[in-house]
Design a binder for this molecule. Structure first.
Ligand SMILES: *Cc1c(COP(=O)(O)O)cnc(C)c1O
Length: 358
């Protein structure tokens, strides 16, 4: 037996590492990044703020000023606090660690965000994926059956869903919240909330088992790695115990505090992207052989005749999108593309048109 065979858990050795492709020199439309930079004056102001940060000191572990700005600028209901993560990826990991009692299971519709299943397995929990319907809506009877059968400790509902882009029916989500009841927590992952303009945040007072998770990544700050979640004080206090004490570094803390005071800049960028999304959908709908699915996110899911061929011909043209065709049977021949600036969207459209046929 090799050293790794002896010491590394078998479920970890079996996993494939989360693959991030090299993208230098490409039109990068694979990761749902906001294409816009900060306005020059704001970038300088931020530079000034960051220069004043005491890098020699640990962060203050309460992060109270940052949390207060998140609560007030990002619509957290009165009486609810937030917990911060190094990206929402870390929050997902904290939830897994906190909930991984022996036999505990994690439930989510599939295809969905891959980190739910990965993180469950890291923590030694079984992941139960319930297929969506062919139109990517929830299969409510199947979800309710799975809740009854598996009694999941954690259920994830991404709102809107990645990689399909659609918002699930809110009424059906509430049926799932009620069915899970006191037996588990339901995480509504609102990573794309700036583009969806729909949220469960204001429903926190209604459901003791509801956790609303968000990130500033898709809003335009993917590089600073900051996610947050809100839930009852009782749940947040438990999740907080598994949080590494200084998980948000002082530069992220200062940058977020500075930029949340100027949230309108990022909101305007999100509004421009929502408008660009509509234009891109309209243009793609005119292309023969391309099916575009409805999206409430900053990306579009497309179906073409030969996703592998189209994907590799786009790569030849230095355009990087995501080939999700092999992720799940429901996604056969599907591609996912980030909505970008009107200029980059046009470059993508031209490259796609040229790539549809060999
Ligand atoms: C991108 C994404 C995240 C991860 O966001 P980070 O805060 O950058 O870690 C979480 N959930 C979904 C559904 C996403 O698409």
């Amino acid at each position: 037996m090799t050293l790794s065979e002896k010491v590394i858990r078998p479920e970890v050795r079996e996993l494939a590492a989360y693959h991030v492709p090299a993208s230098a020199g490409f039109l990068k439309l694979d990761a749902m990044e906001n294409p816009y930079r900060l306005p020059e004056a704001l970038a300088r102001e931020l530079g000034q703020r960051l220069a004043e940060v005491a890098l020699n000191r640990y962060p203050t572990p309460t992060y109270s000023a940052l949390k207060e700005k998140i609560r007030t600028h990002l619509g957290v209901p009165a009486g609810f606090d937030v917990l911060l993560g190094n990206g929402s990826d870390e929050l997902i990991s904290m939830i897994s660690v906190a909930c991984a009692r022996p036999g505990a299971k994690v439930l989510a519709p599939v295809p969905g965000f891959v980190m739910y299943a990965m993180s469950a397995r890291f923590a030694g929990m079984e992941f139960v994926g319930v297929p969506l319907k062919a139109d990517f809506t929830l299969d409510l009877p199947a979800m309710l059956d799975a809740v009854r059968q598996h009694k999941p400790a954690v259920t994830y509902l991404a709102y809107p869903n990645n990689p399909t882009g659609n918002l699930f029916d809110a009424g059906q989500m509430i049926e799932i919240l009620r069915a899970v009841g006191n037996d588990g927590v339901v995480i509504v992952d609102e990573a794309y909330q700036p583009f969806a303009q729909a949220s469960f945040m204001d429903r926190l007072p209604e459901f003791a088992n509801l956790v609303v998770m968000r990130t500033v990544s898709k809003l335009g700050l993917a590089g600073i790695r900051l996610g947050y979640m809100s839930a009852s004080a009782e749940l947040l206090a438990e999740f907080d115990k598994v949080r590494p004490p200084y998980n948000i570094n002082v530069l992220t803390e200062a940058a977020a505090e500075c930029l949340l005071d100027r949230i309108e800049v990022l909101d305007q960028q999100a509004a421009a992207l929502r408008q660009a999304r509509g234009q891109l959908v309209a243009a793609l709908s005119t292309l023969p052989g391309v099916e575009v699915f409805p999206s409430a996110a900053n990306f579009l899911l497309l179906r073409v005749a030969d996703a592998d061929g189209v994907f590799s011909r786009l790569l030849d043209r230095k355009v990087l999108i995501k080939n999700v065709g092999k992720m799940h049977a429901l996604l056969a021949n599907c591609l996912r593309v980030t909505v970008s600036t009107p200029e980059e969207n046009q470059l993508f459209l031209d490259a796609l048109r040229a790539s549809l046929a060999p």
